[in-house]
Design a protein around this ligand. Structure first.
Ligand SMILES: [Zn+2]
Ligand SMILES: [Zn+2]
Length: 256
């Protein structure tokens, strides 16, 4: 079992990674939710052990996500705008964060995600220092992502629990730990992943089990259906670390 101190560097790397270019270029279902879950659990554990300091900070005048900064909210299903309620039509909002310092790391959480660990956050906000929200994170390779996840999951932090959809019409139950995926990258671009042909190649994004990857396929193979392409997952994309992740993250059996 890894201790809290041993997994902090991995959580720090993953917490930064979700704001990086490499994360945005990957397709990985529920991965962000899983990472933020472990960040929050680590903060709860650190608070209980008394090894973290929290302070409440407010970032003034951040561009409003509700309207994009022009103060007008746009309906996505009809051609209509109205006064943006989130920012009172000013185009800007103040964002509240909890800044947590532990083991040499500094993490930020929106106040709404910090109820479980930042007691006493109602104290008057302290000022920002040199931090600002929406900063670019540090890139990771898939290999590093898998290694960090394995490190964190080998600790006593609780696993993310199943949850229900956010919308009234969504009756699904989601299983973040059992279903989250990782993106293992792209097949070599010089020949069809299935048959080796070099003519008329195109890319195809696929999910094979819990892995997402991009195949390179010729036209006849892409017309033959994606099951064949899915089965042609190239062995060179499976590094030893990815293999360890696959072995410990089986595909959940769904009830028929
Ligand atoms: Zn707005
Ligand atoms: Zn082919």
């Amino acid at each position: 079992m890894n201790t809290l101190a041993e997994i902090l560097p991995s959580i720090d790397a993953l917490n930064s990674f979700v704001r990086s270019k490499s994360y945005r270029s990957m397709y990985a279902s529920m991965l962000k939710r899983v990472i933020y879950h472990y960040k929050r659990e680590a903060l709860i554990a650190a608070t209980n052990e008394g090894i973290v300091e929290h302070r409440h900070i407010v970032c003034p005048l951040v561009k409003c996500h509700g309207c994009g900064g022009d103060g007008r909210w746009k309906s996505w299903y009809e051609d209509r705008t109205e006064r943006c309620r989130r920012c009172a039509a000013t185009g800007f909002v103040n964002l509240d964060f909890i800044e947590s310092r532990l083991g040499g790391f500094v993490w930020h959480s929106p106040v709404r995600d910090a109820w479980d660990f930042a007691r006493g956050w109602r104290q008057w906000p302290t000022n920002l220092g040199d931090w600002a929200p929406h900063q670019q994170g540090r890139d990771l390779t898939t290999d590093q992502v898998a290694e960090h996840l394995l490190t964190v999951e080998a600790s006593s932090l609780p696993r993310p629990k199943p949850f229900h959809g956010d919308y009234d019409w969504d009756y699904s139950t989601y299983y973040p730990h059992e279903d989250y995926g990782i993106d293992i990258g792209e097949a070599r671009p010089d020949a069809c992943t299935v048959c080796g042909s070099v003519d008329g190649l195109g890319r195809l994004g696929l999910s094979t089990g819990r892995l997402h990857w991009n195949a390179v396929v010729c036209r006849p193979c892409s017309n033959g259906g994606s099951d064949r392409v899915r089965a042609a997952l190239p062995a060179y994309l499976i590094t030893p670390t990815i293999q360890r992740w696959i072995d410990t993250h089986p595909v959940r059996e769904r009830n028929a």
